[in-house]
Design a binder for this molecule. Structure first.
Ligand SMILES: Nc1nc2c(c(=O)[nH]1)N[C@H]1C(S)=C(S)[C@@H](COP(=O)(O)OP(=O)(O)OC[C@H]3O[C@@H](n4cnc5c(N)ncnc54)[C@H](O)[C@@H]3O)O[C@H]1N2
Ligand code: MOO
Ligand SMILES: [Mg+2]
Length: 428
């Protein structure tokens, strides 16, 4: 009898190339096209809105600043009064401080003592810093050529003019935005509601911290990394614990998650092992949009939609290996959640660095390696791949500054080549 074999399958095993695995960029496009942003909004005090997504454009209701004012401590005067050559001597007409304006118009040929933030006296258009002047009695003397007319004055509305766009809907609110809203006098703001994200770990070998570590078991670390990444994104995080390796338990947990969350994230049980039930359960409860990505680590990622009664939720079935969880989260889940939160697209925090060594890479997939950055004397960054790149090795993930991304088309990078690094500290 002739042995039967699947040539395509053998090629894929030998080369590591998997014809059924989606490219990273294609998977991202499918995810973005499938998932819709949440629409509901809520009104929050400005401080409570940190990290939330702005629901509406904000138009400035006032001029900021509301008045022309001084940028320096010194003397306000008419720029035209400054002589091009020789000292200019002006009498001091009075004083203006921030919150205590000089009243009236500065008489011709006079200067007004002024502090930073004080309203520019009527008639004055220029401020000379006090370091440049000499005071003699009630006169102030300005040497020539130190300032130009109009210097050291901040104009009304130069930050934001009334009626101008201040912040666009979709902005992920950062500390500067809170300050900006406060500068407009806003106490409250409309933001998108939080995204509800439920997650659980699956595996009979998993023990939660606080439990004894039985033989052959590991502590469940994925619920900690996932919790951290979701908290940083500002999601409402629902931790459904550890689920056993059996189809009934996986289905029950997915049902609970679908009933309470917009997005469900699981880790483990998504590969081809005899205790891997995630994908078949997803197929029974809804649909698998894709499974397997041309990437390493993280290849067995599953994405699909779950249904439970009237509820539905999107599912990311992340591979169980702890590094694969984090890499797939940064590559897919984070952009997807930002999209669902209603955030406008933002660039990934990437920098280009010189590779310190040869980085071997197979064609036809995207590879991610944990990297350490150092500054080179010429001002460029250098990146070195950390020793143990195993998919279960969290210590190197903890040490790394970011992920070296070796793109789909890229081949092995040689020492000295420029490579992309996705920075952990730039990620919310
Ligand atoms: N024959 C094949 N075997 C495997 C393939 C494959 O393509 N063919 N893919 C490998 C890849 S790549 C990965 S990644 C894993 C993914 O496996 P699962 O998603 O099914 O995950 P598990 O089998 O449940 O666990 C894998 C590994 O990770 C540890 N783990 C799981 N959950 C946690 C947790 N919450 N905290 C800490 N550690 C966890 C688990 O103990 C296993 O060691 O499959 C490969 N196999
Ligand atoms: O690619 Mo798996 O994701 O080895 O860890
Ligand atoms: Mg498995």
């Amino acid at each position: 009898m002739t042995p039967s074999f699947d040539l395509q399958h053998i090629i894929s095993c030998v080369s590591g190339y998997d014809p059924n695995a989606l490219r990273v960029d294609a998977a991202l496009a499918v995810i973005q096209a499938s998932m819709q942003p949440v629409q509901a909004n809520e009104r929050l005090a400005v401080r409570a809105a940190l990290g939330r997504v702005l629901a509406q454009d904000i138009i400035s209701p006032i001029d900021v600043p509301a008045h022309d004012n001084s940028a320096m401590d010194g003397y306000a005067l008419r720029g035209a009064d400054l002589a091009a050559q020789g000292d200019t001597v002006l009498s001091i007409a009075g004083r203006g401080l921030a919150g205590h304006a000089f009243s009236g118009e500065a008489p011709a040929g006079s200067a007004v003592r002024i502090m930073t933030g004080a309203v520019m006296p009527a008639g004055c258009d220029t401020v000379v810093p006090q370091e440049f002047c000499r005071v003699e009695g009630d006169q102030v003397i300005f040497p020539p050529g130190l300032v130009r007319p109009g210097d050291n004055r901040r104009l009304r509305g130069e930050d934001l003019a009334r009626g101008k766009a201040a912040l666009p809907a979709g902005k992920l609110l950062r500390p500067a935005d809170l300050g900006l809203m406060a500068s407009l006098g806003m106490a409250e703001v409309s933001v998108r509601r939080k995204l509800r994200v439920a997650f659980f770990s699956s595996g009979d070998e998993l023990r939660s911290v606080g439990q004894p570590l039985d033989p052959g078991c590991v502590y469940d670390s994925n619920r900690y990394t996932l919790w951290g990444m979701l908290e940083r994104l500002g999601c409402e995080v629902i931790d459904l614990g550890v689920v056993a390796d059996n189809p009934q338990a996986v289905e029950a947990a997915l049902r609970t998650a679908t009933e309470c969350a917009d997005v469900v994230i699981t880790s483990g049980g998504v590969s081809v092992g005899e205790a891997d039930y995630l994908r078949s359960t997803l197929a029974n409860m809804g649909e698998v949009v894709f499974w397997r990505i041309a990437m390493r680590p993280g290849r067995p990622l599953a994405f699909g939609q779950l249904r439970a009664g009237a509820h539905s939720a999107w599912l990311f079935g992340l591979p169980g290996n702890p590094v694969a969880v984090m890499v797939t989260f940064y590559a897919f889940v984070r952009p997807a959640l930002l999209h669902c939160m209603g955030a406008s697209p933002q660039p990934q925090p990437m920098l280009r660095a010189v590779s310190a060594q040869t980085l071997r890479k197979k064609p036809g997939r995207t590879e991610y390696q944990r990297g350490l950055l150092t500054a080179l004397p010429d001002g460029r960054w250098q990146v070195s791949a950390i020793g143990n790149q195993g998919s279960g090795v969290l210590s190197s993930m903890s040490q790394a500054h970011g992920l070296i991304v070796l793109h789909h088309e890229q081949s092995t990078a040689q020492a000295g080549d420029l490579v992309d690094v996705l920075l952990f500290d730039g990620l919310v």
